[in-house]
Design a protein around this ligand. Structure first.
Ligand SMILES: [Zn+2]
Length: 107
């Protein structure tokens, strides 16, 4: 593939894909210890969202004895002044409810 032959729209679409993937990997590296991600990672207008089981870190927690098992809770990730910000969104039955809550957190 010759980048010179691509249209601006195609290049912008690729840039968006690449930025989203780099962001997903940065979240993966920095926010995944003691966590188990369930379901797909969502790219929403307010940020990247994913549902996670978390390890509470307490020594005697029976729920966590065999791995992270609190949740799953939704988390929102976005950039502020180039820094990766992570926000707890909560536990929701539906994806739409979680996205609504995330929008209220960002506004
Ligand atoms: Zn626990």
């Amino acid at each position: 593939m010759q980048v010179e032959n691509l249209t601006v729209a195609q290049l912008e679409a690729w840039r968006d894909h690449i930025e989203a993937e780099l962001f997903r990997r940065e979240i993966e590296q920095r926010h995944s210890s003691g966590r188990e991600v369930v379901g797909p990672v969502l790219h929403t207008p307010v940020g990247t969202m994913r549902e996670e089981f978390v390890d509470c870190g307490k020594d005697r927690c029976k729920k966590c004895a065999n791995g992270p098992s609190h949740g799953p809770y939704w988390y929102l990730y976005y950039r502020k002044d180039k820094k990766l910000v992570s926000k707890y969104v909560g536990k929701f039955e539906s994806r739409d409810e979680a996205v609504d809550k995330a929008e209220s957190i960002r506004s």
